[in-house]
Structures are given as C-alpha cells and as structure tokens.
Design a protein around this ligand. Structure first.
Ligand SMILES: Nc1ncnc2c1ncn2[C@@H]1O[C@H](COP(=O)(O)OP(=O)(O)OP(=O)(O)O)[C@@H](O)[C@H]1O
Ligand SMILES: [Mg+2]
Length: 276
C-alpha cells in the first residue's frame, strides 16, 4: 500500500507546493515510486515540475468530476520514479461541481484505489483553503504534513486546521494521522524566526521535523526552470533540508505503521496541545 501524504495548511504561501515538489522528488530519488497530485487550480506543482498543460491534457478536474481513470491522467516528469497528476484552472470548477456529487468527499480516495499497488508514496498538494478539495485530499490520505512558515503569525489558523482534521477523522477517515509539522522559510538572521521555531516546537512537542527549510533564493527560482531543487542546486542548503525531510519521513515509515512523529500520534492529541 502506498503511503499517502496530504500537504495541508489553509494559509497561503507557507511552502506547501515547494514542499510537495521537493519532498516528492527526493523520495523518488531514494527509489520510492512517487505520485504527486496537484489539487490546486493555481497549478504551481504542475508548472514547478515543468509540465505544460497544452491543449486537452487531462488533469485533476477530469479525475474528480469526469471519472477518468488515474492512468489516463498521470504524466511523467524529468525525475525518474516521479509522476504527476497535473492541475489546471479548471480545478477551481471542480471545487464547485463537487458540491452536488454523490459521496463528494470520497472522490479522490476512490480514484486512488488503483494507485496503491503502483506507487510507494502519493503526495497531495492541497490548495490554501479547507474547502471540498482539501477535504478530498484529507480523506484520500493516511497522514497530514503541515508546513508552517517561520513568521509571527505562524500558529494562526492551526487550531482551525487541527479541528478540521479531527472532523475528518471522526466522520470520514478514522485512520487519518498527523505526520508532523515542517518549518519553512526560515531566515536564520531573523531573531523572530528563532522564537517562532521554539514556539512551534513547544506547541507541537514531538511533532516537528528536525529538518527546517531555510528561506533560499535557489528554492524560489527552481520552479521557473521547471525542476525540483535536486536538479537546480543539489548542494544548496534548501536542497539538503528537503533531502533530510525525505529521510526523516522514510525513517518514520520504516519504524511504525505510518504513525507520525509523536509515538502514539493522533489528531486528538494535537488538538489538545493546541487548546492548551
Ligand atoms: N524555502 C523557501 N525559500 C524561498 N522561497 C520560498 C521557499 N518556500 C517557498 N518559497 C516561495 O514562496 C512562495 C510561496 O511558496 P509555495 O507556493 O510553496 O507556498 P504554498 O503554501 O503552496 O502557496 P499557496 O497557498 O498559494 O498554494 C513561492 O513563490 C515560492 O517559490
Ligand atoms: Mg501551493
């Protein structure tokens, strides 16, 4: 069975897509057969992997709304072992059209059933909202990876995110766990950023990955070349950080049955931490 990870934070611009692309690329380089699903109508994971949606290339919209098979939607990428389900602006329509569909929260989970035999890891890049597309991402996932930007308002909205994960667990996907929090856009010259790291580690004891993703021009410019950081600047600190994150996640996968950073992780425990 593939380990399916949804990358979620309803806050915009926190590094979800950058994490999705680069984590997926390193997992693929470590020989995991990896599928990245772009669930965002902005299509940043799609363009960031150099996939150009010309003409009628099928995408997440067709998968979710038109019932196309997964194999008809999957695209190869420049990285061996890494495939992509692209997104186009049409996906914004999917969010609206899903509302009237039967079993609307389970559409992605259903179409991914076949993928479990073909892939080791499935990464879902979710949009910056807690709407139906993200709910589909959560229901299809085994675990949630939450990127948190090292800035003053970092913890804002995390309570709501954890409550949403709780609701999904209770009503739709009891086995969903929180894989962990990854700190992103860290600027070591900024004193506040160090304080934020301490604060986040205090709020989520045992849930924060050791790998901290630095703010890096190399990471920001890689998408304009349509490649992950491993192809653009493999020796840069940003590349090393994503490599380390991939290794930490692989170690967790080995160690336990896809249980998150905390030993007996459950979203409830994290919810308690946030409430305190
Ligand atoms: N570690 C980093 N260093 C420098 N720039 C970064 C880093 N991570 C992300 N960025 C840049 O910040 C912007 C937002 O990042 P990204 O698209 O990954 O966030 P997101 O959470 O997916 O955004 P959205 O909520 O819009 O989907 C992008 O321009 C990206 O290139
Ligand atoms: Mg994004």
């Amino acid at each position: 069975m593939a380990h399916t990870i949804a990358i979620v934070n309803q806050k915009g611009g926190v590094g979800k897509t950058t994490t999705a692309i680069n984590l997926a690329a390193y997992l693929a380089i470590f020989r995991k057969k990896t599928l990245l699903i772009d669930l965002d109508s902005q299509g940043n994971a799609t363009s960031g992997l150099g996939v150009i949606l010309e003409g009628e290339i099928a995408n997440t919209y067709h998968l979710l709304i038109e019932g196309r098979s997964l194999s008809s939607v999957v695209q190869p990428t420049t990285i061996t072992n890494l495939s992509l389900v692209p997104a186009s602006p049409d996906v914004a329509g999917a969010a609206v059209e899903l509302v009237n569909q039967p079993e609307r929260e389970f559409r992605l989970a259903k179409v991914l059933t076949d993928a479990h035999a073909s892939f080791d890891t499935i990464i879902i890049d979710c949009p910056p909202s807690l709407g139906l597309l993200t709910i589909n991402g959560l229901v299809a996932a085994d675990s949630v990876l939450i990127p948190v930007q090292c800035e003053y308002y970092a913890l804002e909205g995390l309570g709501q995110l954890v409550r949403t994960i709780e609701l999904v667990k209770t009503h739709l996907k009891p086995s969903l766990t929180i894989l962990g929090v990854v700190l992103t856009l860290f600027d070591r010259r900024n004193r506040l950023a160090h304080q934020v790291i301490n604060e986040v580690r205090k709020h989520f004891p045992g849930y924060v990955f050791d790998a901290v993703i630095p703010r890096s021009i190399r990471l920001a410019e890689a998408p304009s070349y349509g490649v992950p950081i491993v192809k653009h600047a493999p020796w840069s600190p940003g590349a090393q950080a994503y490599r380390n994150l991939a290794q930490e996640i692989m170690a967790l996968e080995k160690q336990s049955n896809l249980i998150g950073k905390g030993a007996a992780t459950s979203a409830t425990m994290v919810a308690d931490v946030v409430k305190r």
